[in-house]
Structure formats: structure tokens, C-alpha cells
Write a protein that binds this ligand. Sequence first.
Ligand SMILES: Cc1cc2nc3c(=O)[nH]c(=O)nc-3n(C[C@H](O)[C@H](O)[C@H](O)COP(=O)(O)OP(=O)(O)OC[C@H]3O[C@@H](n4cnc5c(N)ncnc54)[C@H](O)[C@@H]3O)c2cc1C
Length: 611
Amino acid sequence: MARRKTVFVDSDILVIGGGMAGCGATYESRYWGRDLKVVCVEKANIERSGAVAQGLYAINCYMGMQWGENQPEDHVRYARNDLMGLVREDLGYDIARHVDATVHKFEEWGLPIMRDPKTGRYQREGKWQIMIHGESYKPIVAEAARKAATQVYNRIMVTHLLMDKTKPNRVAGAVGFNVRTGDFHVFRAKAVIVSAGGASHIFKPRAAGEGMGRTWYAPWSSASAYALPILVGAKMTQMENRIVLTRFKDGYGPVGAYFLHLKTYTQNAYGEDYEAKWRDSIKALVGDYVDRHPVPTCLRNHAFLEEVKAGGGPIRMVTKEAFQDPHKETVGWENFLGMTIGQAVVWASQNIDPKHINPELTTSEPYVMGSHATCSGAWASGPEDYAPAEYQWGYNRMMTVEGLFGAGDTIGGTAHKFSSGSFTEGRIAGKAAVNYVNDLGSEQPQYNDAECEDLRKAIFQPLENYKLGRVEIVAGTVSPSYLLPLHGLQRLEKIMDEYVGGISSHYTTNEPMLTRGLELLGMLKEDMAHLGAEDLHQLQRAWELHHRVLASECVTQHTMFRQETRWPGYYYRADHPKLDDADWHCFTLSQYDRDSGKWAMEKAPVYHIVD
Ligand SMILES: Cc1cc2nc3c(=O)[nH]c(=O)nc-3n(C[C@H](O)[C@H](O)[C@H](O)COP(=O)(O)OP(=O)(O)OC[C@H]3O[C@@H](n4cnc5c(N)ncnc54)[C@H](O)[C@@H]3O)c2cc1C
């Protein structure tokens, strides 16, 4: 094996992933831990990395408490309703009460936030959203993190966490490799904050082949946020709660601003309003959630899917009326320039001018994340002053592994935090991690050298596999000796799509399908010992695949465990087609045992703290 440089880095607090949550964690760790060594490690470059690099022009979580617009309790009620009753109200409240202060900091740091010229208040796009000039958002946030960090390491993909050899169930650091130089990195830390984003590309995307990179959630969100904690035995929650989005067809262009600003609306292929037609059948499945305002996201998806199945597709957004107004027409196009320029390109390439043609909508493939209208992620301890005793085992946002914290998409149970809430949760985790490190005093977790050496070999093994196997290439890139990361990814997406409720099965699954899905995932895991990587770029893809596969297994286990259909429109358990509050008004928890490869599942109670 080629000799590679090993770089050792010591830190008090290690932040993994420099997206919104990671930048918040780095900033706040420095604020409370003036003398601590705070290191942020990012697989891309924090200047532009993370899901916000897809582009956005609104901050989707702002209370507006200074103007009495909303209170934190209102946000908890909103998220609870949207998630059909199941959110960690303690965590959600904790974010909501601090998120305005975060947004004010963004403005102080130079983020242009639009204001209503008459009232002087931030310009609202919706009840929770305020309008920004998004282009400078991430660089401004990254600058705060860069100034706060002892050091930021860009271009390092973290592959594994390291555990303490002196105390069981305590984290001691992490390892990874530089995706440009191939150096092996060993990070020693007293506390680790995982903030590595959500997961796209675990279910087969609608756009395959030449359009493969086009997904709604960022293609670089590769499930590390889940796989890293899962591998060291941290408990996960609500991993079945994947999200499906209704978006403009083929470009995943956002629809929210069209509804809100342009007052557009949807129709079936025959020009009819279809949502009301499905109300009674939805009520039979989920009870009065369908009468709530706003109607939960998944239920609106459900009406859409039912209409298409009944032959009423394609569903279209009625833009022809709004686009006759030149101002609205400009707003409609600008909406994509800031967020999803690809949608404008798709329309241009398909001769769709929304002034003359009502564009089609479709539902996306499922994604796993913790910050949008969905709440998959790690099970975390809650705030000391607000969480019920059962949700507290130490420090705020600490997972069930000692010294291991999380924020943003990483943490489960807290939907609707979005970019500002993720940064805020990073701040909360950062402050708690500083307290943890201070309480640890001079005690230093110690990783196991032999384990570290084994990981070094395993991490670079795909390069060796390729070197040996390439002489056996039989056609194109196919060799009987290795599996390329792309081939492994396509196999994963097919398994998840067909057995765990993706697009090709109309988001429907059942116990026999999930059982088969798990068998096939097991075979894929076996074959992944033979992953081959031609270069460092493919090596990154290989480890992203490892992370995606483990997260997928977790999703499948959770989907099997929850024997109800709680979120029709996100997925369906055909063998348990209704919401079942008597048995399933609870959180699902999983824990992975890496020695046996087995999963343990349990239920945890839901506490309604806000009335
Ligand atoms: C299309 C789209 C539109 C959105 N629109 C809005 C909007 O209008 N308003 C709004 O407020 N929010 C919006 N969001 C949501 C917002 O982007 C997310 O809520 C937020 O970015 C989540 O923060 P995070 O830190 O958890 O993840 P991210 O910001 O995605 O950060 C994760 C970071 O971890 C890094 N990373 C991943 N794996 C590793 C690894 N193994 N090693 C090292 N680094 C790693 C990634 O490169 C990334 O930088 C949108 C998201 C998308 C995808």
C-alpha cells in the first residue's frame, strides 16, 4: 500500500461538517470557550458548502418576537401539526426561542434582509419566512465560523468516529482523509459535534442517467450525519419519517413562493380543483389532521398522489393568469435564479413558458433529513430548563454517546428548523459542548492506536482493490473483482426504491418487502468490502456510499418497526394503512451494534409540553 502522510490534530471541540449547523457550533463554541481549541472539519469548503449551496432567498424560520408576530409556542404547534403530532417539543421550543437572535446576528454580519418600506419590519414571505438576498448567506456565516475556529480543515471527509479506550460509550475523536492530497487525518477531541447534513440519493431519484445529479436535496448530502453516530451505537429516532416534496417537474423548482407571492394554484389535467375531493378518504385514514390549518405537508402530497393514481394527472400549477402581470412574471423567473436555476433551463429546453403553459408538478423521491418538514436523526438530550426528565441525560443536544453532540439535519425530532434553526441548534450544541469539556477538566479521552491503524487500512483499501482489479476489466469499467461506488449507489437506490417505498412502488411498502429489502442491503454490505476506487474522488464516493447504506438500513428498520401509516404522502405501510394513535403516538428509536450488525428497536414517549 502506498505510504501516506498521517496528520494528527488535537482539539477540545471537533465540529464535523461546516454547513449551517457546523458554523453555528463553531461560532458559539468559541464564544463560551475562549481558551479552547475548536476545530471544524469539512469535506468541501465551508465558504459555500452544505445544503444552502443549492441556493435560497428566504430564511424559513424566524419568529419576529420583537414585533409580536409569533411566539416560540406557536412554532411548536405548527411543527407538531405538520408532523402529525410527533415532534420533540422541548428541542423545538429551544430553537424557536433563540432563532430570532441568530437572524439578528446574520444581519449584523452583513446579510441583506429585505424590509417592508412601510413598517420597517422584515419582509415576510410566509408566516415563518423572511426574504433575504441569499447569494451572500453562506460566505457571511462561514466567515463567522472561520474567525471563531482555531482551525478549519476543508476538503477532509470524516469517515469514522473514534471511541475512548478508557471509558466505554465515550467519544474520543474522528478520522478521515483529505480528498485532494490523500493524507490520513486523526482528530483527537474531548467533545465532537456532528453537523454533517441530511441524505439524498438513498432512494432512486426521478432524474437518472444524464440528469442524475439533479435532486431536490443537495446531492452532496451523503448521510454521514447518521452513519457516523449509528456506527458508534448512538440511538436514532424517527428515521422512517422520510420526506417527499411536491415540486416543478424535472427541475425540482420550489413552489412555495409561487403559491405565496404569485397566488398561483394547482389543478388536475382537466382544470379541476382536486384537493377537496380527497378530503373524506384522507379523514378515514388520519382523522381530523386533514381539517387542521395548515394542512400537513404529507397530506397535501397524498391528495396529489391519489389524484394521479385516479387518472387526473398531470397536476399543473396555474401560472398563466399570474404571469400576465409583468411584475409577477419577473418575480416568478427570479425565484429560480436565486434558488434553482436548473428549473428555468428545463423549461427553456422543453418550450414551457409559464405565461402560456401551466407547468407540471410532481412528487420527488424520498430524502432523509432533520431540518425540513421532517425530523429524522439522532436522539438527543434536551434543554435543562424545559425538557422532561426522561429526555435529559446530561448536556443539551448530547446524543446517547458521551461527549457526542449534534445539530441541524443530524438531530431528530425537530422539524422546520431550516437554515436559521440549524445554525441556532449548532449554537446550542456548541455551548453545551463547552460545558461538557469544562466539566471534563484535565481528563482526556484516549483512542485506541490499533483501531486507528485498522481504520487507516480500511479507508484506503478501495484504492488497492481498484489497482489489483483493473487488470481484469471485462467491459467498459466492469471488473469481476471490484464494485465501483457508482454501481453500488445505483444498487442501493434500486433496493430502497423498490422495497422501502420509493417512487416506483408509489411510496408503498409492507413487511415482506421490507424484509427482502433488508436481505438485499445485507448482500450489498458484504459486497462493499470489494469497493474499488480509481482515485481520491472515487474514494470519497466509496465512503459516502458506506454512509448512505448504513443510514438506509436504519430507515428500513424503522419503517418495519412502526406498524402504521402515519404520514400518507411520505410513505405507506400497505399492511397497516391507517394512523394508529393508540399504539404509535410515540417516537421510534433504534440502536446499532456494530459487532453483531444487529439493530435494537424501542418506543419512546411523546410529551406534549405546549398546549
Ligand atoms: C433545495 C433546498 C432549498 C432550501 N431552501 C431553504 C430556504 O429557502 N430557507 C431556509 O431557511 N432553509 C432552506 N433549506 C434548508 C437548509 O438548507 C437546511 O436546513 C440547512 O442547510 C441544514 O443545515 P446542516 O448544517 O444540518 O446541513 P448542511 O448545511 O447541509 O451542512 C452539512 C455540511 O457537512 C458537510 N459534510 C457532510 N458529510 C461530511 C463528512 N463525512 N465529513 C466532513 N464534512 C461533511 C457538508 O459538506 C456540509 O457542508 C433548503 C434546503 C435545500 C436542499
